[in-house]
Ligand binder design. Structure first.
Ligand code: DGL
Length: 277
């Protein structure tokens, strides 16, 4: 068998599995390596410098594993580290390799979906305070579409991580943050779930939306579709992604714990390997 050159998918923990799942559905023949930095999660509450340092470390490890293309499935890492990595680090350490994030594909989808130009974003504190979504959307749509409101939802990741989805306590926080978002702009017609974990809360989110015609942008499918398109447009990168249909999972925490929790995200059994930084 030829040497495997997988596509790397990185997240601060489990959440990126929601993105990996959709990417694998779209590109079943490709090889993948998933790396979850569970030992240092969450990233959503950390500073720019720390998120950048951790993310760069992970990207370098994935490069060592012969990944020529790395997807930062984590919104916080995409918001706080991607630009530096693309502009400062890649030209020095790996000019022929690529690191892509989840924000650009999401804002492209939002710009296509919105009818009235009012887009809302839900994310971690880190993603919201980075202003990445408003800035990117403004730039990409040349000011035609705006992220009119962002809402940080600091309790949502712990709700998912602790398997409290759908409980009265969890619903209290989902309702509260959705209400805060729509109190700031009642005209939002498209909503970006700007965090890897939020798709798991989709039923509760829908329950609390002021009307059911609001479009929800779930990143997994969007990122998967855009990646497929990217590989078609970049045959030189595609040539460095092998296609044997394998997936390997790495975690910086306990593999047994990762395997049991990963089932919640993937709905299938997996076996992960411990990675030491
Ligand atoms: N993966 C992170 C994100 O998408 C959420 C979890 C964390 O805070 O590390 O922003």
């Amino acid at each position: 068998m030829s040497k495997i050159k997988p596509i790397g998918v990185f997240d601060s923990g489990y959440g990126g599995l929601t993105v990996l799942k959709e990417i694998v559905k779209a590109l079943p023949d490709y090889d993948f390596v998933y790396l979850g930095d569970n030992a240092r999660t969450p990233y959503g509450t950390r500073s720019f410098d720390v998120v950048y340092e951790y993310t760069l470390e992970a990207v370098k490890r994935l490069f060592e594993m012969d990944c020529h293309l790395v997807i930062l499935a984590c919104n916080t890492a995409s918001a706080k580290a991607l630009r530096n990595i693309q502009q400062k680090d890649l030209p020095l350490i790996a000019p022929d390799r690529r690191v892509l994030g989840v924000i650009r594909p999401s804002i492209e989808a939002a710009a296509e979906m919105t009818n009235n130009g009012h887009v809302g974003v839900l994310g971690t504190n880190g993603t919201v305070s980075s202003e990445s979504y408003p800035v990117e959307l403004q730039k990409w749509s040349e000011g035609k579409v705006k992220v009119t409101t962002q809402q940080a939802c600091p309790m949502w990741v712990p709700i998912v991580e602790n398997n409290e989805i759908g409980t009265p306590g969890a619903n209290y926080f989902v309702e509260k943050n959705i209400r805060q978002l729509f109190d700031s702009d009642s005209e939002i017609d498209s909503l970006i779930l700007g965090c890897t974990h939020y798709p798991l809360l989709i039923d509760s989110i829908r329950d609390f939306l002021p009307n059911q015609s609001i479009k929800i942008i779930e990143q997994g499918k969007i990122v998967a579709g855009k990646l497929q398109d990217y590989l078609q447009r970049h045959p030189e990168i595609d040539a460095n992604c092998t296609k044997n249909g394998t997936i390997q999972y790495f975690t910086t925490e306990q593999p047994e714990l990762f395997d049991s929790r990963a089932q919640q995200f993937l709905e299938e059994e997996i076996k992960s390997i411990k990675m030491h930084f």
